[in-house]
Design a protein around this ligand. Sequence first.
Ligand code: AMP
Ligand code: MG
Length: 451
Amino acid sequence: MKTIAQISAELQGYDPQALTCPDVNLFLSKLVTPVTGTDSVHLFDALGRVLAQDIISSISVPPHDNSAMDGYAFDGAQLSAQVQLTLKVVGTAMAGKAWQGTVAAGECVKIMTGAIMPLGLDTVVPQELARSVGSMADPQITIPAGLLQAGDNRRKLGEDLLQGRAALQKGELLTPAALGLLASLGVEKVTVWRRLRVAYFSTGDEILSLGEAPREGAVFDSNRYTIFGLLKRLGCDVIDMGVVRDDPALLEAAFTRAAAEADAVITSGGVSVGEADHTKTMMKKLGDVAFWKIAMRPGRPMAVGRISGIKFASSPDEICVDSYNVDSIKSTPRQAILFGLPGNPVAVMVTFLAFVRPALLQMMGCNAGQPPLLKACSVEAIRKKPGRTEYQRGTVSTGADGALVVRTTGNQGSGVLSSMVQANGLIVLHHQQSNVGVGDEVDVMMFDGVI
Ligand code: AMP
Ligand code: MG
């Protein structure tokens, strides 16, 4: 486990007052470590979990050569480009059982989709391409010349998964497709990394919890709800710790309890330069924490590090916990990774997506990393200062010519959530990039499946 000082020393030109976004990702990748506990779960409970084992195919899928169509199976060596082929139908192969019998040259077998290919046959003519000739007593078909090649419409044994080969790898996030693949191998249960526990709270005397009476100068807490949503999408167990007032004793209690219970603690607010509150002081007191100014917009200030927790002994009912083993937490003092996010609601989301999400995925044991960026043409000019990364809320759509276009969603203020709601992605204007002209291509981090 490396300290903040050790990691800082490893980063070339590390400047906590002007950190670039890629350096933040690099720093965090050195700070966090994957969880070690595992769960054995049924496939129905495995969606969104991260595999903790390599899956080796115990069988081949499909287990036999079989037909991809309803039609007639025959030996494709008899096909000719010039002459139609006439075949005598000698039987029917149904899905689910092997057709017993031999097929000579000039013969074929009527076959259903998924039925095992009879011995020696490698080609299927789909029913709609074969013409029935002959009689009830002597059924025959003809296949027009030049339509088929040997091997057509046959699925080969193991073409999906070959027995003994790796089907899925440790660290893969289990998607619906992966669940289906596991089921096709007959796998009922898988070993996955345990869920990550993430505690979060909001700070600031002006922040109201829902249900509290509005008062002058106060705003409702929105950050806890966006953070909740972002964490849930990642499949984390969440521990909601509410709003913590700007009081040293309350902050100390919140940090130590959060760190004792969770793998990661996310706070919002109280990390700006001019903050007069106790959040930063408490982070310093309880942990090994770096305070950054990141060359980005929105979301300049951020605190990152480790916070030490103390033994937790109060009732689990006091806090909102999805599922975790309270007894194991009670008895083990521990450290948690701290992400001290800025207070502005959009800055919270942007810093989460750009930095916290990839770090949490790493902690979850997942290989996924950063989501891929899409390229789209900007329908408008965007002003951009080189020397910082800017994230603009935007909507990507398909233009008249079929190419992707992107437009910004209005007011880009760091507290304006409505433009975030309208957006389906973040336009990423990289560190060295300058003004964007109409029609220029830009990178977009899509929200689809992410938030
Ligand atoms: P701070 O980083 O604490 O200076 O906060 C920056 C801005 O974000 C201020 O306008 C705060 O009122 C606002 N803010 C901080 N926390 C929250 C929150 N949980 N929900 C909504 N707005 C917040
Ligand atoms: Mg504040």
